[in-house]
Design a protein around this ligand. Structure first.
Ligand code: CP
Ligand code: NVA
Length: 334
């Protein structure tokens, strides 16, 4: 029997701050329970007759398909509304579209550019709104990352995670808050040109301190990773920033996660895990990386036994399911 905290009903996920530290970990635990039930071959009906709109301005493999499978697994329906498929934001304001879609759907997941669009949807739709990535944040990703750390370590409090790369992107911002709320020691290792917002760092440090954990920003890779239990990286150029490609390749080359960096943790062969939200440029097999080869992570690290990237990708589905179920699910439907 799957059960969850009734206080999670109707809740938005605009940023990591929308849930208390305890509620965030309850969502991760709910995702673990939903995964265990699915692995046991038991299918539920928790989202029976629930309709979810997926508004996507940017591309997606994991987030989009996780939403569809999560809804279908529990008897619900997720409708993909991409690009110019609808009038959303083009011929109709976000506010008006929110009020229309909120009359039709039980929840809305949005992926796109502006954080303000998520805020507007949450304000005007009248239904729970989940942020599936904006320029500023990527909170659904971080629930999957925390779930993957829980699978690797059990109790994750006091572990050390080092994020390498573009220190001011959506994933880095949300990961910093997620680690702080989970009591994971977080280091953002990035060059001076790509530092995170100091106000966000200060807020995360305050939250981490509640759990006896720390948040730090460091520019020297070898110093940053010493003692790390987890190394995490993301693409050097996020969606919408393609004009910055040459500059980012120049700035971030020294921040690649490779075997030398893994050795510098002192935990290689121990309990080190590697995480990446994906997609990743770890070889020359993509259109983007055919001329550069590996960028943010070397191929041997990406393919190593301690790389948990595909568990992490799968966990996108279980954690998104936990969000849907807790916000709009029917606890009596099993
Ligand atoms: N990690 C992630 O958000 O992947 P997609 O861009 O494929 O959704
Ligand atoms: N920072 C990346 C994350 C992709 C999942 C981007 O925004 O493109």
């Amino acid at each position: 029997m799957i059960s969850w905290n009734p206080a999670l009903r109707g809740r938005h996920l605009r940023t990591m701050s929308d849930f208390s530290d305890e509620e965030m970990m309850e969502l991760v635990d709910l995702a673990l329970a939903l995964k265990a039930r699915k692995d046991a071959g038991v299918r539920g009906d928790l989202l029976r007759r629930r309709n979810i709109a997926l508004i996507f301005e940017k591309s997606s493999t994991r987030t989009r398909n996780s939403c569809v499978v999560a809804a279908q697994d529990e008897g619900g329906n997720a409708q993909y509304l991409g690009g110019h498929d609808t009038h959303f934001g083009h011929k109709e304001s976000v506010k008006d579209s929110a009020r229309v879609l909120g009359r039709l759907y039980d929840g809305i997941l949005f992926r796109g550019y502006k954080q303000d669009t998520v805020e507007q949807l949450a304000k005007w739709s009248g239904v729970p709104v989940w942020n599936g990535l904006t320029d500023e944040s990527h909170p659904t990703q971080i629930l999957a990352d925390l779930m993957t750390l829980r699978q690797a370590f059990g109790d994750i409090r006091g572990k050390k995670l080092v994020y390498m790369g573009d220190g001011r992107n959506n994933v880095a911002n949300s990961l910093m808050m997620g680690c702080a709320k989970a009591g994971v020691n977080y280091v953002n290792c990035t060059p001076g040109e790509l530092l995170p917002d100091p106000a966000l760092v200060a807020r995360a440090a305050e939250i981490a301190a509640r759990h006896g954990a720390t948040v730090a920003v460091e520019s020297d890779p070898a110093a940053a990773v010493r003692g790390a239990n987890a190394l995490y990286t993301d693409v050097w150029v996020s969606m919408g920033e393609e004009a910055k490609t040459a500059e980012r390749l120049r700035l971030l080359r020294p921040y690649q996660v490779n075997m030398d960096l893994c050795r510098a943790t002192g935990n290689l062969g121990g309990e080190l895990v590697f995480l990446h939200c994906l997609p990743a440029f770890h070889d020359d097999q993509t259109e983007v990386s055919k001329d550069t080869g590996a960028q943010e992570v070397s191929d041997d690290v990406f393919e190593a036994p301690f790389s948990r990237v595909f568990d992490e990708a799968e966990n996108r589905m279980h954690t998104i399911k936990a969000l849907f179920v807790s916000a709009i699910g029917d606890p009596a439907a099993g």
